[in-house]
Design a protein around this ligand. Structure first.
Ligand SMILES: Cc1cc2nc3c(=O)[nH]c(=O)nc-3n(C[C@H](O)[C@H](O)[C@H](O)COP(=O)(O)OP(=O)(O)OC[C@H]3O[C@@H](n4cnc5c(N)ncnc54)[C@H](O)[C@@H]3O)c2cc1C
Length: 363
């Protein structure tokens, strides 16, 4: 299906994929003087970047020194200026909160594990502090008390509504002249010494460079002129949401791999499943039940509450995070962000823009 009109011609750089990663890159490239066209096979921002919870939370994700940890910490640091600049350029508000995160332990063993992890994290610049139970009860009055053994607070973790970010990026991109061709899937890329040809069902066009940011679908692209792209694969996640009074969950709350956060509009999100079942969009009632049961264990008042929303998305998993050129100064990869693509959008856009600017001269 196409509603995007003819294939955009006369642009210098094409971005394949209009999720948060592709849109952020297009915005930064346009700011630095490139003319940019984005291709999306569906509505831009309608896949993982629509589904994501929006935790910006190195504290919940990283324990060891790695390039990914460094990028995550750097991107978290850059998020507030990124959001403020985007709000100003798009003239829209983004639901963003530097609220911190609370990690809960419901046994002595869990508490020991939390403390050990925190010791390792503080050595890599991720800080947290142990809280007294009385502090937990005072600030999070709805959390289960009878079996709570302890908790740690991560002050630097934050949340954003990714749908707000995507909406603002689309506006900011268009204001900068970026053409967003929606419902225009790219089938093939042909890389040559001086240009890249993009082929779609609607026709083809030539660009000076192309960025592949097609999330979990990235390695499905047929590419000529360079070795096959590193593999990407979908890791399905199912989330549930409850309509709750604002302030019910004023920070991220985590128990093991299970988490809660609340949007400014009151939607309290709990998640998420991790499923290796391909691009299967089925919402599974058993997963909804498991998530709801977990939710009731942490917030007893949710025991009798039915989730008002359930949705799924495909995290872009794969071999490893790709933020780099690929065997040509004309081809750039930006995918494999797995469960941290919302967090990593600012640094990804900066890195690709810097490399592309270093490799190619603007026309
Ligand atoms: C349940 C869940 C919870 C998550 N929670 C968090 C979180 O709390 N914090 C966090 O940082 N991250 C989180 N993530 C991960 C985050 O959502 C992703 O890493 C991020 O959205 C990836 O962005 P993307 O732009 O690479 O991919 P996507 O948003 O999937 O965008 C890729 C785009 O490419 C398009 N496309 C695909 N093939 C083609 C083609 N051939 N031609 C043209 N277009 C194409 C698609 O239509 C899509 O719009 C979560 C993800 C899920 C599913």
């Amino acid at each position: 299906m196409s509603s995007g009109g003819p294939v955009p011609q006369e642009f210098s750089v094409a971005v394949v994929g209009g999720g948060i990663i592709g849109l952020s890159i297009a915005w930064r490239l346009a700011q630095s003087g490139w003319t940019v066209a984005i291709f999306d096979k569906c509505a831009a921002g309608g896949e993982a970047s629509w589904a994501g919870a929006g935790m910006l939370a190195p504290g919940g994700e990283f324990e060891e020194v790695s390039r990914l940890t460094e990028l995550a910490i750097e991107s978290r640091r850059e998020y507030q200026p990124f959001v403020r600049e985007l709000e100003a350029e798009s003239d829209t508000a983004i639901d963003f909160g530097e609220c911190g995160a609370l990690d809960l332990a419901f046994s002595g063993e869990e508490l020991k594990a939390l403390d050990e992890r925190a010791r390792g994290q503080s050595a890599i610049g991720i800080h947290s502090k142990a809280l007294e139970l009385s502090q937990v009860y005072a600030f999070w009055p709805r959390i289960r008390r009878d079996t709570l053994a302890g908790a740690r607070f991560y002050p630097d973790d934050a949340v954003v509504n990714p749908r707000d970010v995507v909406y603002a990026l689309k506006i900011a991109c268009r204001k900068r002249g970026v053409r967003i061709a929606e419902h225009c899937g790219v089938q093939r890329l042909a890389i040559s010494e001086n240009s890249v040809t993009i082929e779609t069902e609607e026709g083809s066009a030539e660009y000076r460079a192309v960025v592949v940011a097609a999330g979990a679908w990235s390695s499905q692209l047929a590419v000529g002129g360079v070795p096959d792209l590193p593999s990407a694969r979908p890791v399905k996640g199912q989330l549930i949401g409850y309509r709750q009074p604002a302030g019910t969950c004023a920070t991220i709350v985590r128990h093991g791999s299970f988490y809660f956060l609340q949007r400014a509009n009151g939607l309290m999100i709990a998640g998420a499943s991790v499923e290796h079942s391909g691009f299967n969009r089925e919402i599974r009632p058993t997963i909804t039940e498991q998530l709801a049961k977990q939710a009731g264990l942490v917030f007893p008042h949710l025991d009798e509450t039915t989730p008002s929303e359930v949705w799924v998305g495909f995290r872009p998993g794969g071999e490893e995070l790709q933020i780099r050129s690929w065997h040509s100064p004309r081809l750039y990869l930006a995918y494999g962000h797995y469960r941290n693509g919302i967090l990593l959008a600012p640094v990804t856009a900066k890195a690709i823009t810097t490399e592309l600017n270093a490799n190619l001269q603007k026309p």
